[in-house]
Design a protein around this ligand. Structure first.
Ligand code: IPD
Ligand code: CA
Ligand code: CA
Length: 274
């Protein structure tokens, strides 16, 4: 059963399925190009700066973002753009591109091979297209609202796992973990006592894409930003995952909490998360 993606309120030509498919194709193209840039940078000495005590930014985050934003502005100068490392470009447009130029910066900075580029497209604040690219594995995930999700050219679907006890789960921890009680550790403890296992992959967009292709059965995280979730929550939804906030209400990218998983497991797992 595939869950229906929410549609933009007004059906304007900018939001039509045909145009969404064109945005998805451009998002894939940009991900491949920015991903190639990240891959080259990964094998060279890395320049790292701090945004917070454990929140890093590298020269590759900035170079990837510069490339993506320039190409979107060249092709769609009227569109809005929200990208992690720069000020928002807020134009009077129905379309907004939401970009994480390097999701998994801590991994990248330490030479741990798990990171990606994530590009989501929204029409009237509803996700209509998205792409996530892992350049080291050469895996390109993408989705178009109500048309499905793909890994490369192959359609993907969530796993057939039915019970939390058979589930491989994933999560992450927020950058303020040193200084807050809201640190996700109690959730981690409750889930690990019931599931087959938990991974902390270090890239929210890949975690969600892995739910989409059945590698993970359930993923949750708190204190995320729109660029972490814009593309990959659509990919997970289109692959059949249930994607909500922690209270079980439908997810939207302004929400900081996400719980995504196989519908049969989602309810049981969500009851353990606060
Ligand atoms: C981070 C990653 C990580 C998640 C953090 C995110 P960044 O994004 O997705 O897995 O746990 O909450 O902020 O900083 O690498 O783009
Ligand atoms: Ca991110
Ligand atoms: Ca990032």
């Amino acid at each position: 059963m595939r869950l229906q993606t929410k549609m933009p309120k007004k059906s304007t030509s900018a939001c039509s399925p045909k145009v969404a498919a064109q945005y998805a194709s451009f998002a894939r193209e940009l991900c491949l190009e920015a991903g190639a840039l990240l891959k080259r940078a990964y094998y060279r000495p890395r320049k790292i700066a701090h945004k917070g005590p454990i929140d890093l930014v590298t020269s590759a985050d900035l170079a990837s973002e510069k490339l993506i934003v320039r190409k979107i502005r060249d092709k769609f100068p009227e569109h809005s753009i929200l990208a992690e490392e720069r000020e928002e470009i807020a134009n009077d447009s129905e379309i907004r591109w939401v970009i994480d130029p390097l999701d998994g910066t801590t991994n990248f900075a330490h030479g741990y091979p798990a990171f990606c580029v994530s590009i989501g497209v929204q029409c009237q604040d509803v996700s209509v297209a998205g792409a996530v690219y892992d350049p080291l594995r050469d895996e390109l995930f993408s989705a178009i609202a109500n048309r499905g999700a793909w890994l490369g050219r192959k359609k993907i679907q969530i796993s057939a796992t039915k019970k939390l006890s058979n589930a491989l789960c994933a999560t992450g921890f927020p950058y303020d973990v040193h200084n807050t009680q809201k640190d996700n550790l109690a959730n981690f403890r409750r889930i690990i006592k019931r599931a087959r296992g938990i991974r902390r992959g270090g890239s929210a967009a890949l975690d969600l894409s892995y739910v989409a292709c059945g590698r993970f059965d359930f993923y949750w995280e708190m204190k995320l930003a729109p660029w972490d979730t814009a593309a990959a929550t659509l990919i997970a939804t289109e692959a059949g995952a249930k994607v909500t906030d922690f209270s079980g209400k439908p997810f939207s990218i302004e929400k900081k909490e996400v719980a995504a998983g196989v519908p049969a497991i989602h309810k049981t797992a969500l009851a353990l998360i606060k």
